[in-house]
Design a protein around this ligand. Structure first.
Ligand code: GCB
Length: 611
């Protein structure tokens, strides 16, 4: 799109932002005839629906909750007369999974990809000093060449049903804030920063992209005090005695970009930047040159009632719990999260492994989760007819994720896939362009990884050589050799680890998943699987293994909290591997982790020579 920009909206001397969040109108369109019936100019029988939120869990009937197909949202918005002469845009933080947007009945955007922002320029369409109608035709069907992947099945009663190849509920709706923007015609479209630590301070190289030719100036402020400035679309800002951004000790500078014409300000854009370096070196993660051991979680955007809709109250509680337990890192499994979460990680000093929604790229495993999906066939996921289309969608999502998130101090790495079927022939041809693209797009050249599924072993994982560090999802003692057999699980686990030691070539390894389903209601002495006691025994075994390998440089347990999944015999109203319940209260394991993580030094294994 012309003038495409994924910058987070901000108000300034040249920009205006109005929130369109609130109670919208909503209607299901199971026969997909809304378009022909003119729903773009008015929904015939709408019900109320809050935005942002998933629509699913408000309903008391199952057909509505499980609805799969087209659905519509509608609201009215007022455009101030004084905005005339500006560009007017509507920005969606995300709509899951696809959206066509109409203003006053005119189609203004068509977007696929349920976890990243998009906008629509509506300058030529809106009526000033009047209310305008905003309508969204959304759709939540799954297919094998989208991110995340799945299928859409049809039941004998003709209703469609989502069959995800992934283990989280297919929540849908307008999940993130919607904003009405007034933007100057000539404006900042994007910027990027890279940091260098030098004697006596730091240097920040920047590039600003605009859609015009006027001068650009950049300022860095410490609070309100200017500490560096530069002019030109690219340049270097020198900051003496820079306060570095660090884990749990974040420091953010105000970053101001202006486009000027003599003394007149054409555009002004504000952001915050944290100055830090991050790299993988000699088997360690180095933050500002110092080793850091990653501890934390795989998470989900998931909570009662609002589903996957952004809920700042839940976000706040999650950060408080993560601080309490001594975590310093999380992976945005299995999709880029709302921008507000990264801003908070920047503020709180958390490290993020940012994951694109490349999940479900393995037909055979996840199918058994829902009773009606399995076909039991092993299929090379990257040798399908749909693979070229999948790769195209994957590149688009990766591009938008890196473009959106590249300036966050909190973002330290890119996770390019979760548990792909990576033992078949097509793997390398599929992976290489994506890993190359991530490197090309990221000015900070952050390390790249992907989460490797069980049974993808050091000798048969075809994509592992592309990763800058190895990330394993392992369930020894849960999906394999659980309960009494946990002793054998440990032996098998160590054997696999010895194999990885041979192929790491100095790269660190982390665990992006390990965990055991646990019912908060169950206690049993001696333990049984699903009890709180077993979760702790399982964790002890896993931590013993991690502790005995120097190259293990991080542990992100699965999952931060219990979360909703598709129903099926493998899940008891959701996945119960949470260390916290879905209501964000601790299971026993939370105290276990708090003792461990607050006890390990920040640079745990920082000086190990075992590589
Ligand atoms: C995995 C998946 C994750 C699941 C988890 C589990 O390997 O990456 O999405 O939820 O296992 O609990 O089975």
């Amino acid at each position: 799109m012309e003038n495409k920009s994924l910058l987070y909206p901000c108000a300034s001397a040249a920009r205006r932002v109005i929130s369109l969040d609130g109670m919208w109108r909503f209607e299901f369109d199971p026969e997909s005839n809304g378009m022909d019936a003119g729903w773009g100019v008015g929904l015939p029988k709408p019900i109320s629906m809050p935005v942002p939120a998933s629509f699913c869990d408000f309903f008391t009937d199952k057909e509505s909750r499980e609805y799969c197909g087209d659905f519509w949202y509608e609201t009215d918005f007022f455009v101030p007369g004084e905005w005339s002469g500006k560009d007017v845009a509507i920005r969606f933080g995300s709509v899951t999974h696809r959206a066509r947007v109409f203003v006053n009945g005119v189609e203004v955007a068509n977007h696929e990809g349920g976890f990243l922002p998009f906008d629509a320029n509506v300058t030529e369409i809106v009526r000033y000093n009047q209310y305008n109608k905003l309508t969204v035709l959304a759709n939540n069907e799954l297919n094998e060449y989208m991110l995340p992947a799945g299928q859409t099945n049809t039941l004998s009663n003709g209703k469609k049903v989502a069959a995800p190849y992934f283990d989280f509920y297919n929540y849908a709706g307008i999940h993130r804030p919607v904003k009405l923007l007034a933007l100057p015609k000539e404006r900042v479209l994007d910027f990027e920063v890279t940091h260098r630590l030098v004697d006596g301070g730091a240097e920040v190289d920047y590039t600003v992209t605009t859609n015009g030719s006027h001068d650009v100036t950049v300022e860095v402020l410490d609070g309100t005090t200017k500490v560096a400035e530069a002019s030109g679309k690219t340049g270097t800002l020198k900051i003496t005695n820079a306060k570095l951004w660090n884990v749990h000790a974040a420091y953010l500078y105000n970053f101001v970009i202006r486009i000027t014409d003599g003394h007149a300000v054409i555009d002004e854009y504000f952001d915050k930047i944290g100055i830090r370096t991050f790299e993988v070196k000699d088997g360690h993660f180095l933050l500002n040159g110092k080793p850091v051991y990653l501890r934390g979680f795989g998470k989900h955007e998931d909570s009662d009632i609002r589903g996957r809709g952004l809920d700042l109250a839940t976000v706040k509680r999650d950060y408080e719990l993560m601080k309490w337990i001594g975590a310093n890192c999380f992976r945005t499994s299995h999709y880029p999260y709302a921008e507000e979460l990264y801003q908070m990680a920047d503020e709180e000093g958390f490290l993020i492994i940012d994951e694109v929604p490349a999940v479900g790229f393995m037909q055979s495993t996840m199918n058994f989760l829902a009773a009606n999906q399995g076909n039991g066939k092993k299929v090379g996921y990257f040798e399908k007819e749909t693979t070229p289309k999948l790769l195209e969608n994957h590149k688009a999502a990766l591009t938008d994720m890196i473009t959106r998130d590249k300036n966050h101090a909190s973002v330290i790495a890119w996770s390019i896939l979760n548990e792909p079927q990576c033992t078949s022939e097509g793997t390398e041809a599929y992976f290489k362009p994506l890993f190359d693209l991530a490197h090309e797009l990221d000015p900070q050249k952050r390390p790249r990884t992907y989460a490797i599924v069980m049974m993808s072993l050091p000798n048969n994982s075809k994509g592992q050589q592309f990763a800058d560090f190895i990330s394993l999802n392992r369930y020894y003692g849960w999906y394999v050799m659980g309960g009494m057999c946990i002793v054998d699980a440990e032996t098998a686990f160590r054997k696999e680890m010895d194999g990885w030691a041979q192929v790491l070539n100095g790269r660190p390894m982390i665990f992006t998943e390990y965990g055991a389903d646990t019912m908060p209601s169950e206690h049993k002495l001696p333990s049984v699987m699903w009890s709180q006691e077993y979760q702790n025994e399982y964790l002890d075994m896993n931590h013993n293994v991690f502790d005995s390998y120097g190259f293990v440089q991080g542990e992100l347990v699965w999952n931060f909290a219990d979360f909703q999944t598709t129903e099926g015999i493998m899940r008891a109203n959701g996945n119960k591997k949470g260390i916290f319940t879905r209501q964000r209260q601790p299971k026993d394991a939370a105290f276990h982790f708090r003792a461990r993580w607050t006890g390990l030094p920040v640079d745990y294994k920082g000086d190990t020579a075992q590589f």
